[in-house]
Design a protein around this ligand. Sequence first.
Ligand SMILES: [Fe+2]
Length: 278
Amino acid sequence: MDKQVLKLIVISDLHIVPEGQLSHSLDTTERLNKCIEFINNYHDDVDYVVFGGDLADNGETKAYHRLKESFGLLNSPSYLTLGNHDNRENFLEVFGQIQSKETGKFDYYVDIKKHRIIILDSSCPKYSAAGFLEKIQLDWLREKLTQARDKAVIIVLHHNFVDAHVKTGNIILKNNVEFANLLIESHPEIRQVISGHIHMTSSGFYKGVPFSTLSGSHYNIEPTLKYADSRLMPPVPRREGPGQIAVVLSDKDSTVIHMMNFIDRHLPMAQDLFGGYD
Ligand SMILES: [Fe+2]
């Protein structure tokens, strides 16, 4: 690959649990380790790997200790941010104070190969599942975008900011319109906003901003779409796979995302593994 092409990998929704436990029948640590092995074997030229939140399933300290061990297997530089399943205090207890000094959250940026990669922390205790960006984060984001108008920008955050017309449309980024307007006002070339959270592969466009979601490392949900009269499709299966990463290849003119599957096992999962969910 041309040395001028940025290669970024996004992984999301690891949902690690303490040793001896499974998450909805899945060994999520084994899946993460497979993912890391896949990156080490096939993508040793990656510039950065971003772990996009829902690092732990229930935010336990023991789960973060396991996660730390798995991160140690990765050969490439990485960033991480949190999702709605994470527990900030427990995470910090295990990983130490690695939050951004500017916003007090896991918000970072890095400049590489004429790109600015921005990682945002949309996890917010005000909401149990939805996401939110505080004013201090939006101010920080505006500054980081304005400073980088000569670079292409790629943004990663846990929560999708566009309703994908599925039943989980109420747990997206709550201040999504404010976020999108800020992007449009502050930068002429947002190449992509990449999220996890909905455990589905999708891509789209919102007021000029292209976005995508990846299925991630946990189970995959077939989209339960809303009909035009607001009814929902009958329940569709969750599946054991794919376990998926987003491989982003970006140069001065183009940005391409390959959703690559490191686990290709698409078996439907039993509905009763998900308690009250349909
Ligand atoms: Fe998740």
